[in-house]
Design a protein around this ligand. Sequence first.
Ligand SMILES: Cc1ncc(COP(=O)(O)O)c(C=O)c1O
Length: 413
Amino acid sequence: MTSLGPDDDSAWASVAEHWQIRPDTTYLNHGSFGPPPAAVRQARRRWIEAFERQPMDAFIRQLEPAWIAARDRLASFVGASGSNLIFVENATVGMNIVADSFPLSAGDEVILTDHEYGAVQRIWGRACGKAGATVRTAVLPLPLRSAEETVAAIFAEATQRTRLVVVSHITSPTAVILPVQRICDEARRRGIAIAIDAPHALAQAHLAIDSLGCDFAAASCHKWLSAPFGSGFLYVATRHQPLVRPPVLSWGRIPPTRIESWSDEFVWAGTRDNSAYLAVPAAIEFLEGVGLDAFRARTHWLARYARRKLVEMTGLEPIVPDDAAWYGSMAHVPLPPPAQDGTRSVPATSRADDGCPVSNPLQHTIWRELAIEVPIIEFRGTRYIRVSCHLYNNTEQIDRLVSGLRELLAKGH
Ligand SMILES: Cc1ncc(COP(=O)(O)O)c(C=O)c1O
């Protein structure tokens, strides 16, 4: 457990060394894809070797107890009983399982906020489309200033036909911590089920899922927990478990025995690579070794530093107050619009959309010219920068981002 001060870059440098980010890259996008530290990569590699060197022993004797032990370790980390949790590849798979299982009929309604992740909007659009149900989008007030207003905006969309609210704990396009406890309380008071989209909350926020009172929660472990890519979880409250079925039906448990619990059917999904799941305890151990409070204090301190520097440069106010109740390890700051093409001082040939799948031209330019990975996000007609701060980041990287961005904006990008 570390006692490093959150603002002490040189003290945190030894923790940063646990990551091997490609040396040509400044990585300020842990929130999209979070790379694992060396201890997690090694733990995964050990499992891959165990499967590849003696498959019978690893698949038939070791996998099931290791899967259950790893699942239980993750469950206790997020404040849930192991019997309510299963491993899934990522939050996307988890949310698809909820959408495929949750009973919707023609005329039913599902509420999402306008800050939900694009793929989650697609998942519920399809599920509602199939059932003849409707997605209602709650437009949250901007700027966000009060938990009461936020909860009120969500439930202003509720009707007698509302069956489910789907809400992020921490939003993707806006990096806002939503007041999930109050949202869950209000949903329960109204008899509406609630699914939490929680990939950013895992490690970044304190989770106590059983006591939150939600019906479902889906998360990816590769983000703030820095577990391997391909590890995530789905939480299902006891009352819904009989309805939840695996998308890939296989033996359930090996050797095939009577299925005793909903989660049994998810343990064995055919012969596949389980190493990402089995290395999740190594990620928890790593972060607990650093100290969860120290991790949150350091990454919030960096996010706040980034936010202040960016606001100083642009003079534009973020959408949430400067308060750890509203944002954690990600700074989210509005940027001025790009200059019209006629006034842009960059030649047309250096426009940043030369076949790159990243859709925002400024994001691509930042990568190409500054070698910094940081997302630029369009939200309600304004562009924002979202700066993720993990334990391998520091103030020098943020200063470099701010000074490089200042020059790009001055050129009209
Ligand atoms: C709020 C939110 N939900 C869901 C996802 C999907 O996560 P994954 O791609 O790991 O399934 C993301 C990814 O960025 C996200 O930010």
